[in-house]
Write a protein that binds this ligand. Structure first.
Ligand code: ZN
Length: 163
């Protein structure tokens, strides 16, 4: 028997003021677009904003549904938008923020499991890492250098292309 371990390195900033200018701008937009989320059931409003290699920014928000499984997270909303509006664009970074009727937005939240899978698919597709910037409306900010760090042992298309 052998034992293995997994670890990854990420950066913690005390606040948005410490971030590099471009990252701060991205997080500011992600914070603002939480107001556009459609979340009448959870009252948990998420915004995800990406910076593309063509210089464009694009945002998505969570879109809930009375049939709960029909809802979609902000992260996958913006991934689908990028792929539809700017096909082939490389996403350099995605900032994710939230606001909530029931809890203070003073800490980072991280993507759910399905979104992690989708983020990794995008990284494989663009063959470049996507930085993930996580922060509430105020408070500390985490910067993760590749979405793949968030889902070790992930299932990828490589498994489907084997002879
Ligand atoms: Zn999600």
């Amino acid at each position: 028997m052998k034992t293995n371990s997994f670890e990854f390195v990420y950066d913690i900033y005390d606040s948005i003021e410490e971030l590099e200018k471009e990252d701060a701008a991205l997080l500011e937009v992600a914070r603002a677009v939480t107001e556009q989320a459609y979340a009448p059931y959870s009252r948990f409003f998420v915004g995800a904003t990406v910076k593309l290699d063509n210089g464009k920014m694009l945002s998505g928000t969570n879109q809930e549904n009375a049939s709960f499984p029909a809802g979609i997270c902000a992260e996958r909303t913006v991934l689908a938008a990028v792929s539809s509006v700017y096909p082939g664009a490389v996403i350099h970074a995605m900032a994710i923020s939230f606001s909530s009727a029931g809890a203070a937005s003073n800490h980072p939240i991280s993507p759910c499991g399905i979104c992690r899978q989708s983020l990794i698919e995008q990284e494989k597709r663009q063959q470049a890492p996507m930085r993930i910037i996580l922060g509430g409306q105020v408070g500390p900010v985490f910067v993760i250098h590749s979405a793949s760090h968030l889902l070790p042992f992930s299932f990828t298309g490589e498994e489907l292309n084997k002879d």
